[in-house]
Design a protein around this ligand. Structure first.
Ligand SMILES: C[S@@+](CC[C@H](N)C(=O)[O-])C[C@H]1O[C@@H](n2cnc3c(N)ncnc32)[C@H](O)[C@@H]1O
Length: 782
């Protein structure tokens, strides 16, 4: 059905979304097989169901569920279809090298440690082993490895699968040459025995493996295991099932045991149970876990977390008009000096008055940051004042600052005033600059006598300096803390992005698993197609050979009478060349003397009744022209088949026969004697006119009747009986046998009978009886 030509008019697309149909199907499967496929990946399960539906030409899940209910065998077939058993010897070969390099040495080490204990074999579990190739591959590798290290600990390889059929094949351990194509010749020679056109695993390997039917979902696991290999099984399981199986594997392993998964599988959320030994080969080591194991984990869903919305950029200029008005008000009210309005990040929002004496653009990247623009000598105190104002939320003043003005330092003072347009709004700051008017000359002169007070003043100044430095340091510390906080927030953001990436990664992993599962399915479909292709090619070859050897002109036509195929003998009769395939029959100038050939073919296609008629070609040769509808395997009519059976010689033989019969008839009718032809059981086949006249009987009362019953038994003459019953069978002919008889109608007659037996090819011999009436003795005697 997969290679049947699709009919463009009726595409078979199963109706998706029919959940009741799907639920019924899954329930039927669960009832019959005890496997709950509802927990498998829905996409895979659905694909397999659709495949079976296509096989049975069913278009909806409902109709397929009804079909399943009526056909329990189909439930089994679907069950096998879903358990995709793709496998091979030494699948992903490098994995086995990794086992030899990373796992077996460790197992041997821990086995040596347990040397004192004779019941301590190496225990391996191959879960989902399909038809056994994986288990045997591990056994072979292990045997080779132990052989190289001259040790022979007891080995137990438990290999399980939910499919009984697969386990039977595995137990038998017989494989076709194509199945062992990945096994090296050396291994083939050492571990296999050639039998029945294939290869069987030898006894040594076979005895290491214990095969059993086991459902990973419902049956308890094996325990005290050194290695669990569960490859390409979890890809078919939904997240909930995976979460159930992985802790079970953890439980089954010895403390230093290993877990091997398929190339697209991971331990996922169970990182705390297994540590990754090699990510390429999906090899894990058991981790001792302090967390209690829960065998019924909730399904893990990897819903992509929506990216957190970016925070809106802070509105730095809220109700500008109000703000500026308020600033104007404040400045005007208090000093009227030059200054700037900044936000809490010290970015200048507005310059007020002539600020050139205090601020200047810094070289390099353009910036409106107050600290970048502040002149040397102001920065430190500006920063300190700003942070103090911010912290205390009140005005802070810094006096006695010196900036360079021309060639001499100029004392200035700054004041930072916090502003809030609304109580709940964030703060803005008005930074005002003003020159300090030097004190009068009296102040500059310090009386020499008053040294003590001078020291005190210096001390005071130093004290002030120290205070400034201290508060400056404090502000730096606070700034540092703020930066630290920012860094911490940034770090948290990175962490959360990381988590997002991880979940995206897991999603990709799931997608990869899906692709892998699809790949496996495709590979089974491919195998099947390959097998069918080979079958089709063989059928096609047989068919071609048959057509060319039967020497019967045969023409196959599409339903629009285009030529689809013809035999070599048809080529000469219809004047066809290979390029005529696909051309309408009407375009072909054939050699048959029949005017309405196309109409006849179309009539057969529409009525579905085959016809047969004798036709001649232009050379006068006779054919039996048979036209019948072309029926496909699924009973569709897809054109017509025209067959011409050569009946020329038959026709001529029939003519000759007819002529011979006419000739014999003419003789029979012409002779003067009465002649009658009898069958071997003495019934009249025919008689000549003379017979009817002489004995006054009619053909209708004569033909087909026994000669002894003719004319009310008049011919039931004992001598005639003796002639026909006794004499004739012994002698092929009897001449001049005289019989006298008194007939009711014609009176007494003396007859000379000549009889002859005519042997026929079919065994139904005939008797020719000639009756000559000699004279009428009764009349003469009278
Ligand atoms: C693709 S094969 C993998 C075979 C082998 N492990 C390999 O990688 O070559 C998947 C196997 O898992 C088995 N399987 C599916 N569901 C299972 C279950 N619930 N318990 C045990 N085996 C299961 C199927 O029967 C099938 O043989």
């Amino acid at each position: 059905p997969y290679i049947a030509r699709p009919s463009p008019a009726e595409p078979v697309t199963p109706q998706e979304g029919s959940t009741t149909g799907l639920t019924t199907i899954l329930t039927l499967l669960k009832r019959a097989t005890k496997i709950d496929f509802a927990q498998y990946k829905p996409t895979t399960v659905k694909r397999r169901i659709f495949r079976r539906m296509a096989l049975h030409h069913l278009e909806s899940l409902e109709s397929y569920s009804q079909y399943l209910q009526a056909n329990p065998k189909e439930v089994q077939a679907l069950h096998q279809e879903i358990l995709i058993g793709v496998t091979s010897f030494f699948r992903d070969g490098e994995v086995f090298t990794a086992l030899e390099q990373m796992v077996f040495p460790a197992l041997l080490r821990s086995q040596r440690l347990a040397q004192g204990n004779p019941d301590s074999p190496l225990r391996v579990w191959v879960a989902g082993c399909s038809t056994g190739e994986e288990a045997y591959s591990i056994a072979i590798c292990l045997l080779e490895y132990l052989g190289r290290h001259s040790v022979s600990p007891p080995i137990q390889i438990f290999a399980t699968d939910v499919s009984e059929r697969a386990i039977e094949v595995a137990r038998f351990g017989w494989y076709t040459p194509s199945q062992v194509s990945d096994v090296s010749p050396e291994r083939l020679q050492r571990f296999f025995v050639p039998t029945d056109g294939g290869y069987q695993i030898n006894k040594v390997v076979r005895e290491l493996c214990i095969f059993a039917c086991q459902n990973l979902i419902t049956d308890p696991p094996f325990s005290r295991l050194d290695l669990i290999s569960c490859r390409n099984v979890l890809i078919y399981f939904g997240a909930a099932l995976q979460s159930k199986v992985l802790p079970m594997f953890h439980y089954g392993l010895k403390p230093d045991g290993f877990l091997l998964l398929g190339s697209s599988e991971t331990a996922g959320v169970f990182g705390h149970l297994f540590s990754l030994v090699d990510s390429r080969y999906k090899l894990y080591a058991k981790q001792l876990s302090s967390r209690p194991l829960n065998f019924d984990f909730d399904p893990t869903t990897y819903t992509p977390s929506a990216p957190s919305p970016r925070p809106e950029p802070p509105r730095d200029r809220p109700s500008e008009i109000d703000l500026y008005a308020l600033a104007d008000q404040t400045v005007l009210n208090r000093y009227g000096p030059a200054g700037v309005l900044v936000n809490d990040r010290l970015e200048i929002l507005q310059f007020r008055g002539p600020t050139g004496a205090y601020l200047e653009p810094a070289p390099g990247r353009a910036s409106l940051n107050l600290l970048t623009m502040a002149k040397e000598g102001l920065r430190l105190d500006l920063r300190t004042a700003f942070y103090q104002a911010k912290q205390a939320d009140q005005a802070v003043q810094q006096r006695s600052l010196l900036i360079e003005a021309g060639d001499r330092p100029c004392p200035v003072q700054i004041e930072v005033l916090p502003l809030r347009p609304q109580p709940a709004d964030k703060a803005y700051y008005l930074v005002l600059f003003s020159d300090v008017v030097p004190d009068g000359p009296a102040a500059a002169v310090v009386p020499a006598a008053d040294l003590e007070s001078q020291y005190r003043q210096e001390n005071l100044a130093l004290q002030q300096d120290l205070d400034t430095t201290r508060s400056h340091l404090q502000s730096i510390i606070q700034e540092q803390e703020a930066t630290n906080q920012d860094l911490r927030a940034a770090n948290e953001e990175i962490l959360s992005s990381n988590e997002e990436l991880q979940s995206t990664n897991e999603e990709l992993q799931t997608a990869k698993e899906e692709i892998q599962a699809t790949n496996e399915e495709l590979s089974t479909i491919n195998d099947e197609l390959y097998r069918r292709n080979t079958e089709t090619a063989r059928i096609s070859d047989d068919f071609q050979n048959l057509l060319s050897s039967i020497h019967i002109p045969i023409l196959m036509l599409e339903d629009d009478l285009r030529i689809r195929r013809f035999t070599p003998t048809a080529a000469s009769l219809f004047n066809l060349i290979p390029g005529d395939v696909g051309r309408p029959l009407g375009d072909i100038n054939h050699r048959l003397a029949i005017a309405d050939l196309e109409a006849r073919i179309l009539a057969v296609i529409s009525t579905l009744e085959q016809t047969s008629q004798e036709v001649q070609d232009q050379a006068g040769r006779w054919y039996d022209l048979r036209i019948r509808p072309y029926r496909t395997l699924d009973n569709r009519i897809d054109g017509a088949v025209v067959v011409l059976v050569d009946i020329d010689s038959l026709k001529h033989s029939a003519d000759q026969l007819r002529q011979a019969r006419d000739y014999a008839d003419a003789i029979v009718q012409t002779v003067r004697e009465a002649l009658v032809v009898l069958t071997h059981d003495l019934r009249v086949v025919t008689a000549n006119q003379q017979f009817y006249q002489t004995f006054q009987v009619s053909p209708s009362d004569t033909e087909g009747r026994s000669i002894f019953g003719l004319g009310n038994g008049q011919w039931n003459i004992p001598q005639l009986r003796s002639l026909l019953h006794d004499l004739l069978p012994q002698n092929l002919q009897v001449n001049d046998f005289e019989v006298v008889h008194n007939f009711e109608t014609i009176g007494s007659q003396t007859m000379l009978l000549n009889a002859r037996k005519m042997t026929q090819a079919n065994g139904d011999d005939l008797v020719l009886l000639a009756i000559e009436t000699v004279r009428d003795r009764t009349i003469n005697d009278e």
